[in-house]
Design a protein around this ligand. Structure first.
Ligand SMILES: [Zn+2]
Length: 148
């Protein structure tokens, strides 16, 4: 298991528990080199999770791609990378635990936004402007108002 922060190969498991009625193991890991902590889920017979895009094409769920999007949205906002990784793990886990094998990109975007809103307001707006594809400045203003 490679550390997502520094790519060091040695990590230790600091917590391990069964989740989803025993169908998955959630592990909290810590990097032996940099101390970075992250969460992994291991599942038996894991089915691929497919994302259906707006143009109806599909692609496998890609947590790295999502992480890159979130890192762009949170640029210069000092949001720790492990917070973003936990957000993604939480979204993926919610989808998997509901036994879904397909999700539309807009539902996926909403799930991310719901969590991002609690983390950073500006990142929320940046991410929303990409994912929600705002059609007008009014829609964008509504989203900002909804943040309080
Ligand atoms: Zn590390």
């Amino acid at each position: 298991m490679y550390c997502p922060a520094c790519n060091n190969e040695e990590t230790k498991v600091i917590d391990s528990r069964l989740v989803e009625d025993g169908r998955a193991v959630r592990r909290r890991r810590e990097c032996m080199a940099c101390g970075h902590r992250f969460t992994t889920y291991e599942r038996l017979n894991e089915k691929p999770l497919i994302v259906i895009k707006k143009d109806k094409s599909s692609e496998p769920f890609d947590s790295n791609k999502l992480l890159r999007g979130l890192m762009t949205a949170t640029a210069k906002r000092n949001v720790p990378i492990n917070v973003l990784q936990d957000l993604i793990a939480d979204v993926e886990n919610q989808l998997r635990s509901s036994n879904k094998t397909e999700v539309t990109s807009s539902v996926l975007g909403d799930m991310v936004l719901e969590r991002l809103k609690k983390i950073d307001d500006l990142a929320y707006i940046r991410f929303a402007s990409v994912y929600k594809d705002f059609k007008s400045i009014d829609e964008f203003a509504d989203a900002i108002k909804g943040m309080n």
